[in-house]
Design a protein around this ligand. Sequence first.
Ligand SMILES: C=C(O[C@@H]1C=C(C(=O)O)C=C[C@H]1O)C(=O)O
Length: 394
Amino acid sequence: MLDLLPEKATTCWLKHGDGLVGWGEAARHDTKGGDRFADLEAWWRDFTAGLVVDDEVRVPGTGPVAFSSLAFADEPGNSSAVVPRVIVGSRNGVRWITTIGDTGEEPVTPVREPGTVRYSDGLLSAAGYRTAVEEAVRRMRAGSDVRKVVLAHDLLATTSEPLDPRFVLGNLAARYPSCWTFAVDGVLGATPELLLRRTGNEVRSRVLAGTSWPHDEVSADDLAGELLSSGKNRAEHGYAVDSLAESLSGFCDEMSVPDEPTVLRLRNVLHLASDVHGRLAGSEPASLLEMLDAVHPTAAVGGTPTPEAVRMISELEGMDRGRYAGPVGWLDGEGNGEFGLALRCAQVRDSEDGPSQVRLFAGCGIVSDSDPEQEVAEAEAKLLPVREALEGVQ
Ligand SMILES: C=C(O[C@@H]1C=C(C(=O)O)C=C[C@H]1O)C(=O)O
């Protein structure tokens, strides 16, 4: 789909070919800090209240849509929402185009390749990451209150030619069709983890935690079996599900949380997965941004207990995560929307011509019996989707 759209079609949310692609900027809002969710909410209400909307399709994602990417942390980090001038949507065989104001014409140009890709250490190298994991394990074994902490590191990629995001997005969508391929305000990736989807008064989440990856020619079935019976991975998963379910339950009058996780198989990794479903309570249920504010960060990207884990992350990583591991997605004027966690992703530094610089991130949940070497290998496996998409691996 992307290669049939203009070069400026760099805003998207796609899974199995369905979703939204946008370009141009009819409006944007930048914010930061602990009130970023509430601030975006107030701006979006205000913005949509002033619009005259002619919507003939009326399904989630028609009418005005804001794409948003929020910082992981309260401090530092910038968050933003962008309303494209043109949005092409597709949902269960229904297709539509939404335009806001004067749209102009964007020529469709062929997708450009990024040339050769060179890698260098980011702010936290793989060796530094290993040290951070060792320290987290040491503290947990010495009786820290933190029972799980998600630590990450970054990697810099430099492309010899200016990066055409459609190249990376097209590759990610083709190779990871069961993930949500996203691009919002320079952050792009393919995430397997749905933080929250709101459709009317239904809310859903796909919680992931507990990971294995192909190695030593072990079959995919054996890897899945090992993952399901691994006490360490089940514990990591349990913390993530509990944190989401606890913070979401206050908004729901009905909720279903599976007793047992299933295994989500991707080409680079396998994850323990739990699909949580809830029905929102009351005649005027909470907004999606309000719920996101309450659930973020779950123990899939933060840890348990949350405040202590978040403090440990900033101490041991010592880098700004930016929007990595923050919520990313879209919302419409009726309150529907989908937000994933910005994982398997990269932040692109814009360049008109010449090399582009891209910052990739990956992290892992650490518990007291984590093996630092294994966690480094797991993070490398999680970096593969974006690396291979930059390199054009088919
Ligand atoms: C933190 C990441 O992934 C998260 C951590 C996981 C784990 O530790 O097993 C699994 C899926 C995600 O919830 C990442 O991809 O960077």
